[in-house]
Design a protein. Structure first.
Length: 314
């Protein structure tokens, strides 16, 4: 790394009296080997993409994001699948869930994570791409690294209060998840894998990391950032007890797959509402609420250069 652009989200993970000191410590570590370092702060949704794109255009060979999965997701949009893919992306955990950082062995102290990135290997990676409709019916696309889905997971992300998330952190995922589990309807929609026969599901969740960290851990055994296939969970049930049984089992390191909950693989996944169903089912990617059905998900090969620490399996 010769020239590093450090992008930070000043509100990621909540307002902490230690946040400024942590960011200064990260900057000191990253500049300790003589690299040129420029620091930028996001100022709203999507600004990380603009900053990452600007840094790449100005010749920075590395963009390191100090933030959570949402900030990384937005920075990804400025680098992936373009002529900027030679610019390496790194992550230092400053957010709430930090699933990508956890999967890369970078969870915990931000300065320690930055030190690991100094000796990390730039690896060309496939990334996920999701196409969806916004509320005006216009087609939109996003790249994703951690996960993407349609169903209760997207409802959770759409209804989560950002202010409460900053104040109580990861606990809000658990509280809101239980609320949706207790009160949700889990409507069915139609899914096609690689253009095959349709199946009806209430939740489809594509996972791109080995572990989501936190209380959930690994949901899809074998999921990997390097996989050139979509690895996913499909819930063909509307039973909240089947949901609870699977999530509880996964949290304990067991994965009780059954006819109601399946592990699936595909190159392309298409999700559509059932005939006559006016329910506007939501989609999400990397924890960011996006839009509604129809949705198409696929893998884009060689779309990003990601910094992978030594000894870590991506």
């Amino acid at each position: 790394m010769r020239r590093i652009a450090l992008i930070s989200n000043p509100i990621s993970g909540g307002h902490s009296s230690q946040r400024r000191a942590q960011l200064d410590a990260v900057a000191a570590v990253l500049s300790s080997q003589g690299a040129e370092l420029a620091s930028y702060a996001t100022n709203g949704p999507g600004s990380a993409a603009v900053l990452a794109r600007k840094a790449s255009d100005q010749g920075y060979d590395t963009v390191i994001v100090c933030g959570g999965d949402g900030t990384v997701h937005h920075a990804l949009q400025g680098l992936a699948g373009t002529d900027r893919t030679d610019t390496a992306l790194g992550v230092v955990p400053f957010g709430t869930a930090n699933a990508l950082a956890a999967s890369l062995g970078l969870a915990g102290d931000p300065a320690r994570a930055a030190a690991k990135l100094l000796w990390a290997t730039p690896v060309r990676m496939p990334v996920g791409r999701i196409a969806y409709c916004n509320r005006r019916g216009e087609q939109r696309e996003r790249f994703f690294l951690v996960a993407a889905g349609v169903g209760p997971d997207a409802q959770l992300m759409a209804e989560m209060d950002p202010g409460l998330k900053r104040h109580i952190g990861y606990l809000l995922y658990i509280v809101d998840g239980l609320r949706i589990w207790a009160n949700g309807r889990f409507p069915l929609y139609q899914v096609r894998l690689d253009g095959g026969e349709p199946r009806h599901v209430s939740q489809l969740l594509v996972i791109r990391v080995r572990s989501l960290g936190g209380a959930v851990g690994s949901l899809v055994p074998g999921a990997s950032l390097t996989s050139d296939r979509l690895q996913m969970l499909a819930f063909s049930t509307q039973s909240r007890w089947e949901y609870l049984r699977f999530v509880a089992g996964a949290a304990l390191g067991r994965h009780p797959f059954s006819g109601a909950v399946e592990r699936l693989e595909a190159n392309v996944v298409e999700c559509e509402p059932l005939d006559g169903d006016q329910q506007q089912l939501r989609a999400e990617a990397d924890g960011e609420p996006l839009g509604v059905l129809p949705v198409r998900m696929e893998i884009v090969p060689n779309a990003l250069t990601l910094l992978v620490p030594e000894g870590t399996e991506a």
